[in-house]
Design a protein around this ligand. Structure first.
Ligand code: AMP
Length: 413
């Protein structure tokens, strides 16, 4: 469906055009008209389907007429992680650039000063993680009784992270007459209950079967033992044509250890997990998006929703304990029709989790035998890249900052 047929404002259509989008994605075509009719909506859609625009575009138009009062935001988007909240904020920037709306981002781990000043003036869209929002509410810095639109994004992730009581509390602070939109990739019974309790006669729209990996991602399995994982990973990083990759681990502590190990071995790698200071997390993610970090070693904090262009590989250094997490992890590659490769390193102890994954995706992974890299073995040289390209955003600008100084191995430059 063409965006022109969706009844969006000329300013919004202009911003969409500048993003280079040709057609509305299925979730956008289905959800936008309902949101414009002020219906409550339950959207069953994974990240990567264009779901963020499906609520930000009609919200921008709906809010464009009014003005926010001091400390009384007019709409609220709840997101489970700081990174996802920041991504929603980027969407409002991108699609709302020809409007006068403003937004504030309230996430833990950042200084509140600037956000507080914005809130004082009045914001049209407040994007927040549940904990930080409650924190500010309890301090009396914010009033929620002018909220006209509430979005609960990635509701199933909220459930996994134990945020449901916080959400219930937040919703009880909002005016009963409001529009509520809830998005989730899956619909476990706890989320279903939430929709019954907090949404009024919602219309359900769904675009892809929950938890189905993109067809463009090739998936492989390597059997190994716990001590062989480092050497198998290094072998794969060298022999695969890695443009950029996520390496997922189950424990934050191990994320740090592997990140340092790979960096010491000369790989342009960095670690990302939820216990790192927010400034460091944002900086690492920015460098990964720019391309100066090519291997992001991370916990599941990065498994959902992060949209980084040009990710060629996902390596599951650890088999995830939840099959859904596997689908989210490998969804970081093969986005928007691009090809991607996902590798899983599994030990005997992972059998139960592997079975659950293969049951969910309804196929057996291709088993590949990879010889561990010997300790004394030299690196395989990769062809020298001429330019460093920016991988995120639509401007495609270059990034000179490599951040690895003389440590950057020639084959990744
Ligand atoms: P999301 O599912 O919201 O994480 O969006 C995934 C990616 O799709 C983002 O990079 C968006 O910028 C992009 N996107 C959203 N809508 C469209 C569209 N109609 N056409 C092309 N790309 C889109």
């Amino acid at each position: 469906m063409k965006f022109d047929d969706l009844g969006l404002s000329p300013e919004t259509l202009k911003a969409i055009k500048e993003c280079g989008y040709e057609e509305a994605t299925p979730i956008q075509a289905k959800a936008i008209p309902l949101i414009q009719m002020t219906r409550d909506v339950v959207g069953l859609a994974q990240t990567g389907t264009g779901k963020t625009a499906s609520f930000t575009l009609p919200m921008i138009d709906a809010l464009s007429g009014g003005r926010a009062k001091m400390r009384m935001p007019r709409s609220l988007v709840l997101a489970p992680t700081r990174e996802l909240a920041a991504q929603v904020a980027e969407n409002f920037d991108k699609y709302g650039k020809h409007h006068e709306l403003n937004h504030a981002l309230l996430v833990g781990g950042t200084s509140m000063g600037d956000q507080m000043k914005l809130l004082e003036k009045g914001v049209d869209v407040l994007i927040a993680t549940p904990g930080r929002l409650l924190d500010l509410f309890e301090r009396g810095s914010i009033l929620l009784n002018d909220i006209k639109i509430l979005v609960i994004d990635e509701a199933d992730r909220m459930l996994d992270m134990g945020f449901i009581p916080d959400i219930e509390k937040i919703v009880s602070l909002l005016p009963p007459t409001r529009q509520t939109l809830l998005f989730s990739a899956t619909m476990p019974s706890e989320i279903k209950n939430l929709t019954t309790k907090f949404l009024s006669n919602p219309k359900e729209v769904s675009v892809a079967p929950p938890a189905s990996p993109a067809k463009t991602v090739e998936q492989f399995l390597v059997h190994t033992h716990p001590k062989g994982k480092d050497r198998i990973l290094m072998r794969l990083l060298e022999q695969e044509k890695v443009e950029s990759a996520f390496v997922f681990l189950n424990r934050k502590r191990d994320v740090d250890t592997l990140g340092k190990f790979l960096k010491n071995k000369g790989f342009p790698a960095a670690a990302l997990h939820g216990d790192m200071p927010q400034v460091k997390r944002t900086e690492t993610l920015e460098k990964f998006k720019e391309g100066s970090i090519e291997i992001l070693v991370c916990s599941d904090v990065a498994a959902r929703g992060l949209d980084v262009k040009g990710v060629s590989h996902v390596f599951n250094y650890d088999v995830p304990m939840s099959a859904d997490d596997y689908v989210h992890r490998i969804g970081r590659t093969g986005r928007a029709g691009a090809k991607g490769r996902a590798w899983m390193l599994a030990t005997n102890a992972d059998e139960k989790f592997m079975d659950a994954i293969e049951r969910l995706i309804k196929k057996k992974l291709d088993v590949v035998e990879i010889k561990e890299k010997k300790k004394t073995e030299k690196k395989i040289e990769k062809p020298v890249k001429k330019t460093q390209k920016k991988r995120s955003g639509s401007d495609g600008g270059g990034a000179d900052c490599l951040g690895f100084g003389d440590d950057t191995p020639a084959f990744f430059k």
